[in-house]
Design a protein around this ligand. Sequence first.
Ligand SMILES: *Cc1c(COP(=O)(O)O)cnc(C)c1O
Length: 281
Amino acid sequence: MLEEIRQELDELKRLGLYRSMRQVQGAQGSRVVLDGKEVVLFCSNNYLGLADHPLLKEAAIRAVERFGTGSGAARLVSGTMELHGELERRIAAFKGTEAALVFNAGYAANVGIIGALAGKGDVIFSDRLNHASIVDGAILSRARLVRYPHNDLAALRRLLQNTDCQGRRLIVTDGVFSMDGDLAPLAGIKALKEEFGCLLMVDDAHGCGVLGEHGRGSAEWCGVADGVDIQMGTLGKALGSFGAYAAAKQEIIEYLVNRARSFIFSTSLPPAVLAASIAAL
Ligand SMILES: *Cc1c(COP(=O)(O)O)cnc(C)c1O
């Protein structure tokens, strides 16, 4: 068994696909120390430099003093603290939606939201370059997964026309694509969603905080905020903290509370992290 694993690792090395972690010294910033040398950091998602901001650090420290270090349980048990509600109200206000729900990470959010919204008998239409967590959420949901060519509205329309579905249809796309940095054509996707009566979910991990007049993300940038049913975003990139959210109408948020397994069965975020996100917003 270990021998097989060793061979597979060697094979990865041979193919140039072996990965290992490089350790950064000190706090995250535009310049960090790597192997004893100062370098300029271009690959981080800490777009606004908030990960080491004095106001976020102070908010986190104060939250620890007042509320402790852990939440002790999942949200539906006893893990809902004052700061969870405050952060959700602020996210909803920031995104201009009726409600919001905090998840423990973007990965957990996508797996939970997609698994809640789609299941057996439903179809998920997913851009071919969508983030791995969307793909994993779609696979776990047991819905049929239809991947459409990257940002190709004509192909998406054909697939919507030609795919039989008695259940729900969910279109899901990154707002800003995490590897190429290009944007989804959200106005065109919104028009298709309306024409075919689908739900639309946008993963705005890289758009939240940096795109649009108020930094609300790619839906604001494209002028379609009202047409996106579920705006998912993360708190660990531009916002300098950790966690993720879904922003949507009240019914959808209530539904996620009752159906999203990564929300239901996981200990909630701790006070320091919530306070940092609130300060960032
Ligand atoms: C980073 C990222 C995620 C995962 O978010 P985490 O909070 O890091 O788990 C999901 N979707 C996209 C598009 C991302 O870039």
